[in-house]
Design a protein around this ligand. Structure first.
Ligand SMILES: *Cc1c(COP(=O)(O)O)cnc(C)c1O
Length: 494
């Protein structure tokens, strides 16, 4: 499989000779500023769906990913997915996780067509080490990075800034991996005690936590400044694992298939039945994978995009206007991992919506990159939206609390704030003709304060994480200075 850039010049060669999977694995944006996508979407027919239905998660991951990756030998790719998708890594001890199942499906209402009940379920994606769905892709990324770097005899220094979820997911994926060092900046004393403990208690020699005296934005500005220093970046082989990484999207496609099979009758199921997925969304990475699964031929009837108060994407799907917000317009909410001002993966979907015309993307994003918005309401593209199955809605703090309470009272199930946004919007938009599968994106233990506000009590924690705040911590505290961070990397980057 060859890859192209949404902006058309990456590099400026015929697409038939564009880069392969391992060539784009370690990079971020394409050289022209666009995002990578496969030249065509591999197609999956009824025969494959019937075969794939019975596969274990690891074997299904191999079946899906081998359609996107042809520059890693089959046996090696199989080994990498087998090593990644194990019950040990995705078994954080939650009672509902059935033996060996990586992403169990839990019905809140079973489908019952005679009574008009389409079915409502939650797909558990947070059984990985950091209790958020990002582990589903990031754990594979760790193994892919180690493999590709070893094959090339190279090393990489991953530099990132985090306010919580992404940084810890990256550290747990990269810990102990040969050829990889992680330098993760976080705002000093601004994360919860649990989040700090999750990251700073890692004792692996290749993980460096840097707490910067300042806010998240200061940390992010330092990462940008270091990455823009091309001489430094090349000399110290600086890389990133941000949400635009294609391998992360590809790995996420797998659980749409798994969730589809579980929601349509398991091993003996029906491959014609449509299913809707509701996805708590921020940077559009998770739901972009759903879009790709649908383009491959998986019968996804609807993709329901749920936002919190930061509703830039809901606004687009309702009106055709994409208007990224500025920092002052971006609210700090109780579903913080969805607090985005613009959605970094959105360009991938718009590329498909405009018929894969890179000239249109260049025109639209020259405005976006200059801080403007675009409006498709008067174009033929808006009318094409239903062809892609997207609908959207938004959820507020009050909705979140009410949904968490109701789900606990009616089902005895604790859900986190982000999953609550998905469940709120998914419940409103469900129909009797197909099950609605809500993607769970985190466990409530990560967001204790809001859970206490909703239910008056603390959520349980997986046993392995009890008392994590008392473990010794490893973190370097420094001023928000580009030079201080560069010197730290120079001292430790070998
Ligand atoms: C990252 C994240 C999201 C948003 O996912 P996107 O891929 O950015 O749309 C939602 N919920 C949680 C808990 C997350 O960590």
């Amino acid at each position: 499989m060859r890859y192209l850039s949404t902006r058309g010049h990456a590099p400026d060669t015929p697409v038939s000779s564009g880069p392969g999977f391992t060539e784009i694995l370690l990079g971020g944006l394409a050289p022209d500023g666009g995002l990578y996508l496969p030249v065509t979407y591999p197609q999956v027919g009824q025969a494959e769906l019937a075969q794939w239905r019975t596969l274990s998660y690891a074997d299904l991951a191999y079946a899906v990913l081998s359609r996107f990756i042809d520059d890693i030998p089959a046996a090696d790719l199989q080994t990498l997915v087998n090593r990644t998708y194990t019950a040990k890594i995705y078994g954080n001890g939650r009672v509902s996780a059935e033996a060996g199942e990586i992403t169990p499906l839990r019905w809140l209402a079973r489908p019952d067509p005679p009574s008009g009940e389409g079915g409502l379920a939650i797909l558990e994606l947070s059984n990985g080490p950091t209790l958020a769905f990002k582990d589903m892709a990031m754990q594979l990324l760790g193994n892919l990075f180690e493999y590709v770097l070893a094959r090339r005899g190279e090393e990489i220094n991953i530099l990132g800034a985090t306010s919580g979820d992404t940084g810890s997911s990256a550290e747990y994926a990269m810990r102990g991996k040969r050829g990889v060092r992680v330098f993760m900046l976080s705002p000093h004393e601004r994360m919860s005690a649990f989040q700090r403990a999750q990251m700073y208690s890692l004792q692996d020699a290749n993980i460096y936590n840097i707490a910067v005296r300042g806010m998240f934005d200061n940390a992010q500005d330092i990462v940008k400044a270091v990455s823009n220093d091309l001489a430094f970046k090349t000399r110290y082989k600086i890389g990133a694992v941000n949400s635009i990484n294609w391998a992360r999207i590809a790995a996420q496609v797998v659980y749409y298939f798994k969730g589809y099979f579980a929601a349509t009758g398991g091993v003996q199921g029906d491959n014609e039945q449509q299913v809707a997925f509701a996805v708590p969304s921020g940077n559009f990475g998770n739901i972009c994978a759903g879009h790709i699964a649908r383009m491959m031929g998986l019968p996804i009837g609807r993709l329901v995009l749920a936002t919190n108060e930061n509703d830039v994407l809901d606004e687009f799907f309702r009106t055709g206007v994409y208007r990224p917000r500025n920092t002052a317009e971006t609210a700090a909410t109780s579903s913080p991992s969805m607090d985005i001002s613009k959605a970094s993966n959105f360009e991938r979907f718009i590329f498909d919506l405009v018929g894969r015309d890179p000239a249109v993307i260049r025109r639209l994003w020259s405005g976006i990159d200059a801080g403007r918005s675009f409006d498709l309401s008067a174009t033929p593209y808006l009318a094409r939206l239903p062809e892609f199955g997207f609908v959207s809605g938004r959820s507020t703090h009050a909705d979140r609390l009410a949904t968490i309470r109701r789900t606990y009272q009616q089902h005895g199930l604790l859900i986190d704030t982000h999953t609550a946004d998905g469940l709120k919007v998914g419940s409103e938009l469900r129909t009797p003709d197909m099950p609605m599968v809500v993607l769970e994106t985190a466990l409530p233990a990560k967001f204790e304060a809001t859970m206490i506000e909703a239910l008056g009590r603390k959520p349980e924690r997986p046993a392995a994480l009890e008392g994590i705040e008392n473990l010794p911590q490893r973190v370097a505290v420094m001023d928000a200075s580009v030079d201080a961070v560069k010197q730290f990397i120079e001292r430790h980057a070998g």
